[in-house]
Design a protein around this ligand. Structure first.
Ligand SMILES: [Zn+2]
Ligand SMILES: [Zn+2]
Length: 286
């Protein structure tokens, strides 16, 4: 996969996408109530986010936010060599760190690692294997966690994988972890907002700079099809009803503010603005 580095300006801040993987999949794999026919009812999804046959793109990517001389990494993907129950994420060997370097960043540049939530595809690169051990990758960074998400990881374990042991515990052991409130102000115009449902402690990251705003939505939406069909639940939504309430509230908020919106799993053109379209919404890429 060859992907050009994508960057966006938000006031004085720069946001860069670093891609781990992207694939076309049947919509029902991600959004169980979605069909190819439903995708085809929204032609604006083609070609950036869906194929003419109704398959949808799914990307796994991290975002790097540069603001006030700070470098912040958000949701660092699945990682290499991790035992994961989902076959497409199991024992990966992908050049994520090479792509990060290609975009101009070294692991040591990161001052902060933000996790919108603690699913395995949002924290994997926090550690990498050295011999028999998992060791921190971003050795100069504070890694942020909320108590609710840590509790959820302890309770909700997929069989055959141990995200805490390979990707979270080593960060705490190294003294690089901070437990924060889900609405924490991170300074420099960076602010978390609780957006629960997909997981109980899911948060989104607002970026405000020079009167412009952006919102990193993590997984409260998984694909631009959900702008047109906001009722569609995602396969891993922990509480489908709370996730729907969050989407509804945030769709109004995204349209009202005109913020640049960036989806962790949106493929091809992951950033855009939310506009009203009939009795739902649509996504206009930038
Ligand atoms: Zn997730
Ligand atoms: Zn995810």
């Amino acid at each position: 996969m060859s992907i050009e580095t994508q960057r966006w300006k938000v006031g004085a801040a720069t946001i860069t996408s670093v891609v781990e993987s992207q694939d076309d999949i049947p919509p029902g794999f991600l959004l169980p109530d979605a069909t190819e026919q439903l995708v085809q009812q929204h032609p604006w999804l083609v070609p950036d986010w869906a194929t003419p046959a109704g398959a949808i793109g799914l990307r796994v990517q991290a975002f790097v936010v540069e603001i006030d001389g700070r470098t912040v990494l958000v949701d660092p993907c699945v990682g290499n060599g991790k035992t994961r129950s989902l076959p497409v994420w199991n024992m990966l060997d992908l050049p994520f760190l090479e792509r990060l370097a290609g975009a101009g960043f070294l692991p040591a540049d990161m001052e902060l690692v933000v996790h919108t939530h603690l699913h395995a595809d949002h924290l994997g690169w926090d550690t990498h294997r050295v011999g028999d051990e998992w060791v921190p990758t971003f050795t100069n960074a504070r890694h942020l966690y909320t108590e609710v998400e840590l509790e959820f990881v302890r309770v909700f374990v997929f069989p055959g994988e141990d995200v805490y042991a390979d990707s979270i515990g080593p960060i705490f052991d190294a003294g690089l972890a901070d437990v924060i409130e889900p609405d924490a102000d991170l300074g420099s115009g960076l602010r978390l907002e609780p957006t629960p449902g997909h997981t109980p402690g899911h948060t989104s990251l607002w970026i405000e700079s020079d009167g412009e705003t952006a919102l990193l939505i993590g997984d409260f939406m998984h694909h631009p099809l959900q702008f047109a069909e906001p009722h569609l639940a995602e396969i891993a939504d922990a509480d489908v009803e709370v996730a729907r309430e969050t989407r509804g509230r945030m769709l109004h908020e995204m349209a009202r503010t005109g913020a640049l919106v960036l989806g962790a799993h949106f493929p091809t053109r992951p950033a855009g603005r939310v506009v009203i379209d009939g009795d739902a919404w649509k996504f206009v890429p930038e």
